[in-house]
Design a protein around this ligand. Structure first.
Ligand code: FES
Length: 134
């Protein structure tokens, strides 16, 4: 059997390599503005980072806006997160309480970039009670 015979299946044509797609993060880091730009108890959707940036009494944290069920964008509803696709509800700590989602939301690292602006790192997760103090 020569190489051509090996790569050819009778009546099927040439064998093609299988392409595997991977889900990559939307961005690894996204700059969002200076800490002074955010008042306490604010919830702001940072679309570039696909995350909610929150400033509470203790500091900053970021919640991945991707629902843990199938990835739709979650919305913040004063005391919970909800997903409009299949109606999953999450506590503000990211725990699913109703709907088809079984996994918690991801909390993303908040840091400062070289210019002193807040930066959300999609490639680094933290626990729900971690705060970035700036
Ligand atoms: S994608 Fe959010 S509940 Fe299904």
């Amino acid at each position: 059997m020569n190489r051509r015979d090996f790569l050819t299946i009778p009546n099927e044509g040439t064998v093609k390599p299988k392409v595997v797609k991977r889900n990559l993060p939307i961005v690894s880091a996204s700059t969002t503005g200076y800490p002074r730009d955010y008042v306490r108890h604010s919830w702001v959707l940072i679309e570039d980072a696909h995350a909610w940036l929150v400033r509470d009494a203790l500091g900053f944290y970021a919640v991945d806006a991707s629902c843990s069920h199938l990835g739709c964008m979650i919305v913040f509803d004063e005391d919970s997160f909800s997903c409009p696709c299949h109606n999953s509800i999450f506590t503000t700590e990211g725990t699913p309480v109703s709907g088809p989602a079984r996994h918690s939301l991801r909390f993303l690292m908040v840091d400062l970039d070289d210019d002193g602006k807040l930066m959300i790192r999609r490639d680094r997760t933290v626990s729900a009670d971690d705060r970035f103090i700036a």
